[in-house]
Design a protein. Sequence first.
Length: 142
Amino acid sequence: METMQTDTDITLEHATDVEKNIQQNINEYYNNKEDIELRLVELDNEWDTERVLALSASSISLTGLLLSATHIKKWLYLPVVFSGFLMSHAIAGWCPPLPILKAVGFRNRAEIDKEKFALKALRGDFSDMMDVPNSVWNAVNK
């Protein structure tokens, strides 16, 4: 007796939610290629987790320094803690605020670039790739 194999998309079998969202966007723009340029501009302007982390840490550190200079010295703990977060992120690639930023919807630069390059491939920027969404997705994940 012959068994029938079901078609599965192996590119999404072990994908994260961010990767599934990127794949969904690629499929959407596959059918709306005229909108790819607008999406690429959006992606160029999208803030990544590193940028948000740097801005947040520096803002909180400056606030802590100002408050410690004008009020209570205990505010100096803020710059110390957030400097530690930045150091942890630089050394290990992780720090406590990172999961919060991810939960809010920020992506890292590699995730943003994956979507950008896949959309550029759909647009035809890379002539040696096939014009099929899954092929494009596989190409950017190699």
